[in-house]
Design a protein. Structure first.
Length: 267
């Protein structure tokens, strides 16, 4: 029995994570939606100069869409901008971190697996970057929160082996076990990395009290590198892949054109 076009249509908000040109004038988009999770859709003719949908489907834009269910790809039939996040285009650091958020969501989530909290985290974090909030703490909050929402929250307060509350000492973080080990249990995972006391305090405060609790804390460059390395290493372990966006941020600085347009994020 044939399904009518009306029955195939649905509406949703979405954040544009990635896009790829297809054919002469079409474009395939990877989107994250509140009710349908991550999905791919095609916008036909969107690359033609007179097409009205194109400006609404830029990277990291939060958009309201009408789509038609398709056999392989859903088809975008209407698009309207909810939040263009135009401030990202004029801030290289913010743009690079937005690409990082999109890359994490693309590779850590499953197709069409609903998670409204992930959508809200992504949309709110992009808005913070757009509004000029410091990208570094926003990124650490995003990483920890995303891991938690997807079932990979690291244990930061108890030793994963003996289950005792951690003391302020040279505890170590195990990617393999997903959290901290006390000095007596560190041998359980020889690859566990010792974490400085200041790094432990920061990441626990972030995990316990959220972004607002750490946003005004000034960090030395070595401490910031240690914390970022810790979250990045665990995220790579969970995803079983490398992430490119933050690694190309320095090259993005050189590639910014006179109009202030940033290059496409890595695929």
């Amino acid at each position: 029995m044939a399904v009518s076009l009306r029955d195939r249509l649905y509406r949703t908000n979405a954040v544009v994570l990635a896009r790829q040109d297809y054919g002469e004038a079409d474009r395939i988009f990877i989107l994250y939606t509140p009710g349908r999770g991550r999905l791919s859709a095609i916008a036909k003719g969107v690359r033609r100069p007179k097409n009205r949908m194109g400006p609404h489907l830029d990277y990291f834009t939060e958009v309201s869409l009408e789509l038609a269910k398709g056999r392989d790809l859903d088809v975008v039939t209407q698009a309207a901008t909810v939040n263009a996040h135009l401030g990202l285009r004029s801030d290289m650091d913010a743009y690079g971190h937005a690409a990082h958020f999109a890359e994490l969501v693309r590779h850590l989530t499953q197709d069409r697996q609903e998670n409204r909290q992930v959508y809200e985290l992504l949309a709110s974090s992009l808005s913070l970057l757009n509004d000029g909030v410091a990208a570094w703490p926003v990124a650490r909050h995003f990483e920890l929160s995303l891991l938690g929402l997807l079932g990979f929250r690291p244990e930061l307060f108890r030793c994963l082996n003996c289950l005792r509350t951690l003391e302020p000492e040279a505890n170590a973080f195990s990617n393999q076990l997903g959290g901290m080990l006390c000095p007596a249990c560190r041998a359980v995972d020889p690859s566990a990395v010792v974490v400085s006391l200041d790094a432990q305090k920061y990441i626990r405060l972030l995990a316990r009290s959220g972004l607002a609790a750490v946003i005004g804390i000034a960090l030395t460059e070595p401490l910031a590198r240690e914390i970022a390395s810790l979250t990045a290493s665990y995220t790579r372990y969970v995803a079983e892949r490398e992430f490119a966006s933050l690694g190309v941020l320095s090259s993005m600085r050189q590639a910014i054109g006179p109009a202030g347009q940033a290059p496409d994020p890595p695929s």
